[in-house]
Design a protein around this ligand. Structure first.
Ligand code: AGP
Length: 605
């Protein structure tokens, strides 16, 4: 997500804001900007595409001696509209300069309403509509807080707003729903930020806004309101150091991003499930024109492609192939205009995936499922659907993977609906709404998983087993473990264990087996569990089924996740495997976020 910093007080607000944004750089961004009030009470704006250094250079050239008494700054991770100076925040409308983290789901309708009233837009962002709304209410004579309250009532989605009203340049207007804002309380100064690290150099006393809060912040006072009534928010003392704060208090970015999946899963669906239907207007392909799908990707994204195959074949009834991009690009794939080629990639910069899509483009329509707005892949394909997971810092992909699964499931449902071959769309959509809370319940197993990690972290080999839609999750669990703990691990279809891998099994080899309740092959999977246990294998079961005690007694550990429909079980079964890999790696003392020999994005062949 983006970074927000605002300051009012006796220090140079420009310097505080820019230094604060530098402390949030780890969050990933593609442009930056500041709005600031100089001592003559004038509001100025500076924005630049690219890294903060571009903004600093711009400021140095134009404002090197400027002392600002108030300032708001933003580093943007593009969600609506490509990375550019015009799309960078703050956005200005009349007397309002506004920055925003989050997604405004109804910005299209708000934008057309404002255009009809003569508003002029200069960006492709959803944020700009909020600046216009606030300005409209202020120019109608509402007080700043009343105008902010009205603005928040019109906006649907997630937001952290920080704004300056040029008629009241001694205060910041802030509002929050579903996207964090924290206020640091200083002596004669206040600092507002999306994240603690920007605040720590100034104060450890903070107040955290709750969903639905709005507030007015001057250098000496914060006035909180909720549902139009004044409220108090308690002050808490931050005990983290700066490095820990960057990880939101977690020891590693990977653990933070595993926990982030609770919010990332709702962000992936945000704005896409409206009432009775699915809304993915940005894809703009005629789904009924395809009679075949080929999916190309690498690593974890390839595992998402294997799950997507189940979705497209069982929901959209379209034959689907999945190919490693590094293989696809060098074989002579048979494609035609009725084939849809889908590339799945978190970074959108993976060389093999880019090479594969170049091949596909020659004869097929192409679609990217990607997390990085404006990345190379998204500029090559005919259409893109973004997974909206926010920046993923750790090399091991976690929230990017589960949001890929949710995104391709939405695509399959949309195609099944367009081809009139799937009647349970609304049932699956209803189930999808439960995913964030189900992920939260899955994560509650962390203590038990940490204990299991102690039992297996010295193993030389670990086998992961899964059937059907969860076979790719066995592959993903194995990849997670090997790439961060350096323990050799393999994933197999449970039914394959007896065709060779069983020879590997003895008391030194832990076997992690996924048992999904509504998998009509549950009984066969339980037989596979018995086969392993009978040969001394140490079984860890990951299941949403209520296993009989007799089966549980065969296991070294049983990790229970909530039951959810089969299409969504891969999302939930992945969580314990991510946590298991993480805790094993921590026990083995590896560099969890930057494993040896690996890169976050493999931009070379
Ligand atoms: C997964 O944990 C790895 N980091 C790696 O396999 C990754 O999924 C692969 O390199 C593909 O990256 P992409 O999604 O950015 O294309």
């Amino acid at each position: 997500m983006c970074g927000i910093v605002g300051y009012v007080g006796s220090k140079n607000a420009l310097q505080v804001v820019v230094e604060g944004l530098e402390k949030l750089e780890y969050r990933g961004y593609d442009s930056a900007g500041v709005a600031y009030v100089t001592e003559d009470k004038k509001v100025s704006l500076s924005r630049a595409q690219g890294k903060l250094s571009a903004l600093k250079e711009l400021l140095y050239k134009s404002q090197s001696n400027t002392h600002a008494i108030l300032g708001i700054g933003h580093t943007r991770w593009a969600t609506h509209g490509k990375p550019s100076e015009e799309n960078a925040h703050p956005h200005v409308a009349g007397r309002v300069s506004l920055i925003h983290n989050g997604i405004i789901e109804n910005y299209v309708e708000l934008r057309s309403e404002l255009l009809k009233k003569g508003a002029k837009f200069f960006s492709e962002t959803d944020t700009e509509v909020a600046a216009h709304l606030l300005n409209d209410y202020l120019t109608q004579g509402l007080s700043p807080l009343e105008a902010l309250k009205k603005t928040c009532e019109r906006v649907r989605g997630s937001y952290a707003f920080v704004a300056i009203d040029s008629e009241n340049p001694d205060r910041m207007l802030i509002a929050k729903t579903a996207t964090p804002i924290v206020v640091g309380i200083g002596e004669g100064e206040m600092i507002v930020a999306s994240d603690i690290p920007a605040i720590l150099p100034h104060t450890k006393q903070v107040k955290i806004l709750e969903d639905g809060d709005i507030a007015e912040v001057t250098k000496d006072k914060i006035s909180f309101f909720h549902d139009g009534k004044p409220v108090e928010r308690k002050t808490i003392t931050i005990t983290w150091d700066a490095v820990t704060a960057q990880k939101g208090g977690f020891k590693h970015f990977m653990l933070k991003e595993i926990h982030d999946q609770i919010t990332a899963s709702s962000d992936a669906l945000r704005g896409r499930i409206l009432g009775e239907g699915i809304s993915i207007p940005e894809v703009g392909l005629d789904f009924s024109s395809f009679n075949r799908i080929v999916i190309t990707a690498c690593g974890t994204a390839w595992h998402a492609g294997l799950v997507a195959k189940f979705f497209f074949e069982s929901i959209a009834k379209i034959p689907t192939e999945v190919d490693y991009a590094s293989e696809f690009r060098y074989r002579v794939p048979v494609l035609d205009s009725n084939t849809l080629a889908i590339a799945i990639s978190q970074s959108g910069e993976t060389a093999d995936t880019l090479g594969a899509i170049e091949i596909a483009k020659k004869s097929s329509k192409t679609l990217a499922v990607c997390n990085v707005v404006g990345s190379s892949l998204t500029r090559k394909t005919d259409a893109t659907i973004y997974t909206q997971a926010g920046p993923e810092v750790s090399v091991a992909s976690t929230k990017a993977f589960t949001t890929q699964l949710l995104t391709v499931l939405l695509l399959a449902l949309k195609m099944g609906e367009a081809r009139k071959v799937f009647s349970d769309v609304n049932k699956v959509l209803k189930d999808m709404q439960h995913v964030p809370s189900a992920i939260q319940s899955s994560i509650h197993n962390e203590g038990k998983i940490e204990e299991l990690a102690k039992q297996i972290h010295t193993a030389r080999d670990v086998i992961f087993l899964g059937r059907g839609i969860n076979f790719p999750i066995a592959l993903e669990g194995a990849l997670k473990l090997k790439e961060i703990s350096y323990i050799h691990a393999e994933g197999y279809p449970s039914g394959e264990i007896k065709h060779g891998p069983l020879a590997l099994i003895d008391e030194k080899v832990p076997v992690v087996i996924i048992l999904h309740k509504s998998d009509q092959l549950l009984e066969k999977s339980i037989s596979n569990l018995r086969e392993v246990e009978a040969r001394g294998g140490r079984v860890i079961a990951v299941t949403d089924a209520d296993l009989p005690d007799e089966i549980k007694s065969l296991c070294e550990g049983v990790i229970e996740v909530p039951h959810i429909s089969e299409f969504l079980s891969p999302v939930l079964m992945t969580i314990p495997l991510q946590l298991l890999a993480y805790h094993v790696a921590v026990l083995n003392g590896t560099d969890v976020d930057l494993p040896r020999n690996l890169a976050k994005s493999v931009t070379v062949e």
